[in-house]
Design a protein around this ligand. Structure first.
Ligand code: UD1
Length: 351
């Protein structure tokens, strides 16, 4: 399904997208093209799959340059870094599994933090003007109250993964203070779910998934016997944890708005912004909505609390509305429908 044909490629703003074949990266690549940007992907497929590149080209009707290398192998895409027309970098490439980060913290600090410092040195070296950084609501830890605003104090990170996001934000903030010529923004994602409305790209956890939505899908398909709900004795409406789920297409659009913001002359040169729906849903509400919208059964049982889980967190999204002119447009029904339809597309493709 080809949905849009970019017009004049020459005048387009070029953007490097590290991790551009991943879940949020791939959707952002489509949003960028739709909005007149010309993305160049750097992704070594360590946590993504090659066919996503074909899908992106098919869906956008355009050739998308792709460097299949570690984003830290700067020499492999030096020509793009040196390109005077390169307007910015959207940096997704990072590890993101909380449990894995506890087992192998050095791998997380190396890839997520050292790599990011090296990338910022490239930004300076090549006079790149705009940087969008993928952060996470994990920086807030367990907040004292909800919704969380950008002013809500950070808590000590529960995991090395969370620590890498806090560290990178701090690095970016200090970098921005010292280098006023570079504009940057950290986007604090809440819980990204759903899939592209074509259902031809979506989340592809390569190892055993840990996140709720892929596991709900697996339970509905009978690939696992039952989904375990991690605890129902929290101080919440039904005892299960509350999260702010956000459709990945909404999130992707926010990256385009973030670049637009950075490229506006009056913008501040460093910002951090919450990206969520602004509504908190419990685990049981997600399961119920999934079952109702998709007319399936999601076998589940109540289990123990998962260590490190935050009881409740959802976003105050006023800043995103104000400075990015962005707000989520898709609701939980869209999210559960698109997650399910994407999984069915994968089944069909796998024959
Ligand atoms: C965590 C991180 C987030 C990170 C995301 C990516 C924290 C606080 N949050 O989000 O920053 O971006 O992982 O991996 O570190 N649940 C079940 N059963 C399951 C799986 C999940 O009940 O089998 C529940 C969890 O307890 C939680 C909710 O579903 O309440 C969402 O969990 P999950 O999808 O893993 O995301 P977070 O833990 O919120």
């Amino acid at each position: 399904m080809k949905e849009f044909m970019p017009q004049n490629m020459e005048s387009k703003k070029k953007v490097l997208v590290t991790g551009g074949l991943g879940f949020i990266g791939s959707h952002t690549v489509l949003s960028l093209i739709k909005s007149g940007f010309s993305p160049v992907i750097v992704d070594d497929c360590r946590n993504s799959q090659e066919f996503i590149h074909d899908s992106l080209q098919r869906l956008s009707g355009t050739k998308i340059p792709w460097i299949k290398e570690d984003y830290q192998s700067f020499d492999s895409y030096r020509e793009y870094l040196e390109d005077e027309d390169l307007d910015g970098i959207v940096h997704f490439a990072a590890y993101k599994a909380v449990g894995e980060s506890v087992e192998n913290p050095m791998m997380y600090f190396q890839n997520n933090v050292s790599g990011f410092i090296a990338l910022l040195n490239e930004v300076l070296k090549h006079d790149i003007k705009n940087v969008v950084f993928s952060s996470s609501c994990t920086v807030y830890g367990q907040p004292e109250s909800n919704p969380v605003t950008e002013q809500t104090p950070m808590q000590i990170a529960e995991s090395p993964y969370g620590a890498t996001k806090q560290m990178c934000e701090r690095i970016l903030q200090d970098f921005a203070a010292a280098h006023k010529e570079v504009n940057s923004i950290a986007l604090r994602y809440f819980n990204p779910v759903g899939a592209h409305h074509s259902h031809e790209i979506g989340e592809l956890p390569l190892n055993k998934p840990n996140n709720l939505m892929p596991l709900v899908v697996m339970a509905a398909k009978g690939l696992i016997e039952k989904l375990t709900v991690y605890g129902n004795d929290y101080q919440t409406k039904d005892g299960t944890c509350i999260r702010d789920y956000i459709h990945v297409e909404d999130l992707a659009d926010a990256h385009v708005k973030a670049l637009d913001y950075l490229m506006t002359p009056s913008s501040e040169n460093y910002k951090f912004v919450n990206l969520g729906n602004g509504t908190g849903y419990s685990v049981l509400e997600v399961i119920q909505k999934f079952a109702e919208v998709n007319e399936v059964v999601v076998p589940h049982e109540i289990g123990e609390r998962r260590p490190g889980d935050v009881e409740a967190i959802y976003a105050d999204t006023s800043m995103a509305r104000e400075i990015l002119n962005w707000q989520a447009s898709k609701d939980l029904s869209d999210m559960v429908r698109d997650s399910w339809q994407w999984s069915k597309f994968l089944d069909k493709s796998n024959g």
